[in-house]
Design a binder for this molecule. Structure first.
Ligand code: PKZ
Length: 185
């Protein structure tokens, strides 16, 4: 793992630790001061935008990584095989992504599905944006357990590409989505 990616992962771990820490106020104050010191160090040199793998690199690729270096988002590595996309999150998502107590926020599930489905469309060489994403929450998604995401293209007409996907917790599809992507440019 490169240094930038390692830092992003460390900050994700930190966010989940902060979200549920129960240490005393002096320790919280010390942690806040340390965090601000780090922010100061990292602001010494800043880029214009978040570094990311260009979408074009998903075209025909076997793997594609999304926002792996951005700690504010759950980075995702996708695998494309036989026209479909899958991704696994081996350690699951931490408590920083909680919605209902102990469970994943629904918007994060929708985000992951949008990322996977849009990347799948791009993988097939179609430059497209999300026009519509319909999400069904079938069961609560647990935190800190392995997750899997799958996606398929189910139709194409003119500029429109229809997709379906699911977020899996074990054998249970906890979130299902239908995404409509419209070709641009
Ligand atoms: C953000 C900009 C970046 C630009 C750089 C591009 C870079 C590409 C690289 C990949 C990028 C990654 C993307 C990641 C995934 C996001 O996060 S994308 C961000 C979220 N999405 C957006 O911001 C999209 C905003 N919406 C739009 O730009 C426009 O509404 C759209 C979707 C391009 C459509 O507008 P349009 O080109 O004028 O097309 P329009 O004629 O209205 O519709 C075409 C067809 O789609 C249907 N349609 C359109 N919208 C809908 C809808 N909501 N429901 C049902 N049908 C619909 C129409 O009925 C029509 O159907 P037909 O009549 O052909 O049968």
């Amino acid at each position: 793992m490169n240094a930038r990616r390692d830092l992003a992962e460390a900050v994700r771990e930190l966010a989940s630790a902060v979200a549920v820490t129960d240490v005393d106020d002096p320790d919280l104050a010390q942690a806040a001061a340390s965090a601000r010191e780090l922010t100061k160090l990292l602001r010494e040199r800043q880029l214009e935008d978040v570094p990311r793998t260009p979408y074009d690199e998903a075209v025909g690729a076997t793997h594609y990584g999304w926002h792996l270096d951005n700690p504010a988002l759950p980075g995702l590595t996708m695998v494309f095989e036989d026209g479909r996309a899958t991704a696994t999150i081996p350690d699951g998502l931490g408590k920083a992504y909680a919605g209902p107590p102990g469970k994943l926020h629904g918007g994060v599930g929708a985000l992951l599905l949008d990322v996977l489905l849009s990347s799948l469309v791009q993988h097939h060489g179609v430059r497209a944006v999300t026009a519509s994403l319909t999400v069904d929450y079938r069961a609560a998604t647990r935190l800190d357990v392995p997750l899997r995401i799958t996606g398929d293209i189910v139709g194409r007409s003119g500029r429109k590409v229809e997709t379906v996907g699911a977020l899996w917790c074990g054998e249970v599809a906890t979130v299902e989505a239908r995404g409509l992507f419209v070709q641009v440019g």
